[in-house]
Design a protein around this ligand. Structure first.
Ligand code: SF4
Length: 403
């Protein structure tokens, strides 16, 4: 039987390893040659290397190995779908079960934070100036990689705080402000400047391109998709996932009473909405999606987490109508095989059915000294894939600037 947990808004679901547990887990690692765990990390992290450092109690060395490769090492430790990537590939699985790579990475990052370690240094100034538009994962990575080479980098973003999807599209119970700020501090320590609360329109790009040696546009996918032609989506009480998560994060969970909640979507963002709503307080809550339990896109650990909070999930149903008179009252569904239908009472309906670029940047192509990347260029992917994209773009920009 599932144990239903009640956590206050923002409280973390998983406790960190202490030194004893971290050492025990690190000792299980086989320190494989040409380690399969490393091949399956999009960001190119080599877990065997930092786990070896932990085994020798060289925690600063472990933190340095992680950060040199991935400036968002603390955030990725918290939110990466490790069970689908490095841990899935781990050789130890054949003996008993995979090494808990994500938790060991989180341990090394906690050591860095606790003992205020400075593990990276920028090279001397190279005289080049780069502007990164957007403060999400790919832009943060581009900025950090170029700053390491001695570039003068500024990040500009319309939001009050940096992080993009890391801050506004993920529940704080998965990624706390403290962990995100730790990564942002590592970027600030490299000399990157943040100019927040300013929107750059597509029309401003040409002028900025003359002021900077290169521009990176990594504005992400900050607009929410909706199901087209679905009746009732204009009713009060209907929200999008990004808007809901942003409102909850900005107010630390102090938003209007949610009442009976229905969440539509089967990805990690939908799971984040469910855990956030549950922690804020609901009269009832359901998550419904068109996929089956086997094909839904959410990570297993995120699904397990909302189930542990007592959230029921209804797979293989699609919404066909939202009813209400000014304010939403219910959502009508039909099963994907057409054999059954259901109606769920609702005061709040949250759509978590994908993101898209804002209309303003639609159609932008890279040209001259303007580079594009991240989710904006390649579609919504995981944070670690945005890191990979950011590292690649930073190399392209460095080559272009001859640094
Ligand atoms: S594959 Fe598993 S056992 Fe081998 S180095 Fe990576 S974490 Fe260690």
């Amino acid at each position: 039987m599932t144990t239903v947990r009640h956590l206050p808004y923002g409280e973390k679901a998983e406790q960190s390893y202490d030194i004893r547990l971290a050492m025990e887990e690190a000792t299980r690692c086989l320190l494989c040659d040409d380690a399969p765990c490393s091949h399956d990390c999009p960001a190119g992290t080599d877990p065997g290397r930092f786990i070896r450092a932990i085994r020798f109690r060289n925690f600063k060395g472990a933190a340095r190995i992680i950060r040199q490769n991935n400036i968002l090492g603390a955030s990725c430790a918290a939110i990466c779908p490790q069970e689908r990537l490095c841990e899935k590939a781990c050789s130890r699985t054949g003996i008993d079960h995979p090494i808990m790579i994500g938790r060991l990475q989180a341990f090394a990052m906690t050591q860095e934070n606790t003992f205020k370690m400075k593990v990276l240094e920028a090279e001397p100034a190279n005289g080049k100036k780069v502007l990164c538009i957007g403060a999400g994962p790919s832009s943060l990575t581009v900025a950090a990689e170029l700053a390491k080479l001695g570039t003068d980098v500024t990040i500009i973003d319309e939001n009050e705080k940096a992080g993009g999807m890391l801050r506004y599209g993920i529940s704080p119970s998965r990624l706390s402000d403290e962990v995100l700020e730790q990564d942002l501090d590592a970027i600030r320590d490299l000399g990157v400047k943040f100019d927040m609360g300013k929107r750059v329109a597509k029309a401003d790009l040409e002028k900025l391109a003359k002021e900077y040696d290169a521009i990176y546009v990594g504005v992400g996918l900050s607009a929410s998709k909706m199901i087209p032609n679905l009746k009732g989506t204009d009713l009060k009480g209907v929200d999008t996932a990004l808007n809901f998560l942003k409102r909850a994060r900005s107010s630390k969970g102090n938003i209007e009473k949610l009442g009976r909640v229905v969440i539509i979507g089967g990805g990690d963002v939908a799971m984040d909405c469910a855990s956030t709503a549950k922690q804020i307080g609901v009269d009832s809550i359901y998550v419904s999606f068109i996929e089956t339990m086997e094909t839904m896109p959410a990570c297993k650990k995120e699904l397990d987490y909302i189930v542990s909070l007592g959230v029921p999930v209804m797979p293989a149903f699609k919404p066909v109508e939202l009813t209400g008179d000014g304010h939403v009252k219910s959502v009508k569904f039909v099963s994907m095989d057409g054999a059954s239908c259901m109606e769920l009472a609702a005061d709040t309906v949250i759509f978590a059915v994908g993101q898209k670029a804002t209309d303003d940047y639609f159609g932008l192509q890279a040209h001259d000294n303007i580079f594009i990347g991240g989710d904006f260029a390649y579609g919504g992917k995981t944070v670690v894939e945005a890191v990979k994209s950011g590292k690649g773009i930073a190399m392209d920009i460095a080559k272009f600037l001859r640094i």
